[in-house]
Design a protein around this ligand. Structure first.
Ligand SMILES: [Zn+2]
Length: 237
């Protein structure tokens, strides 16, 4: 359940019987023809849909992440590493102070992967808490499903094109873009990265069928629920 649909008394009542919570992590950045909020929409919706039958609260997405390479594309906002990691740790500390103990950071953006180290560092100082940093698109079952459907999949390609991330009235190219050289991309300034990437898709088709996308969605939800219902830090199970 979204925190937006709860008041503090309801959260307090929830904490008497459970201590799990999800905070989605996203990024506001170019996604070629898709919404600039693609990573926010996906991480927040996966969190909300996965948590629904379990009654676990879902906080609003942290909608700004680490994305320096896309700064030549209008509509992109990046946080410095230190800022982002401090925000993540402040969120964890706040959740702990108000009673949560098992916290999932459900991340939808590759640039935010350092959140995993920030969480490990934070757990060293807060050993009574357990944090799962779940990078949903690269989790084993979800990534296997993506590869099974179409191995050429990447940032801003079909694999992020769901009915809730595509934009009305925007027509998409029908060709399969060749995969960009990721090693080369990592060596480039933002301006040169834009020259290399052109529309921003890293490679692959721009859209696949809603049936394909539903298979990926269901796999991603199952994978999140399995973690939420798993052992967390309980070694006796
Ligand atoms: Zn994305």
């Amino acid at each position: 359940m979204k925190i937006a649909n709860m008041n503090w008394m309801q959260v307090e009542a929830y904490l008497e019987k459970d201590d799990r919570v999800i905070v989605p992590l996203g990024s506001t950045e170019q996604h070629a023809y898709l919404s600039l909020s693609t990573d926010n929409i996906l991480s927040e919706k996966i969190a909300t849909d996965a948590a629904e039958p379990l009654g676990i609260p879902v906080f609003p997405v942290q909608a700004y992440g680490i994305t320096p390479s896309f700064m030549a594309y209008p509509g992109t906002v990046t946080l410095r590493m230190a800022t982002f990691l401090a925000v993540v740790q402040d969120i964890l500390t706040s959740l702990k102070q108000t009673g949560f103990r098992r916290i999932m950071l459900l991340n939808g953006h590759g640039g935010n992967i350092p959140a995993g180290n920030a969480a490990l560092e934070w757990m060293g100082d807060h050993p009574e808490c357990s944090v799962i940093v779940h990078n949903w698109w690269m989790a084993p079952k979800t990534m296997a499903k993506v590869k099974e459907i179409d191995p050429i999949a990447s940032h801003a390609s079909w694999m992020e094109n769901f009915p809730w991330t595509r934009l009305e009235g925007v027509s998409l190219p029908s060709h399969q873009k060749p995969m960009v050289d990721l090693d080369q991309l990592r060596r480039l300034s933002p301006e040169k990265a834009r020259t290399l990437l052109e529309d921003g898709n890293y490679g692959g088709l721009y859209q696949r069928s809603d049936d394909d996308m539903n298979l990926i969605w269901q796999t991603a939800l199952d994978e999140v629920r399995e973690l939420l219902n798993g052992n967390w830090d309980d070694l006796s199970k």
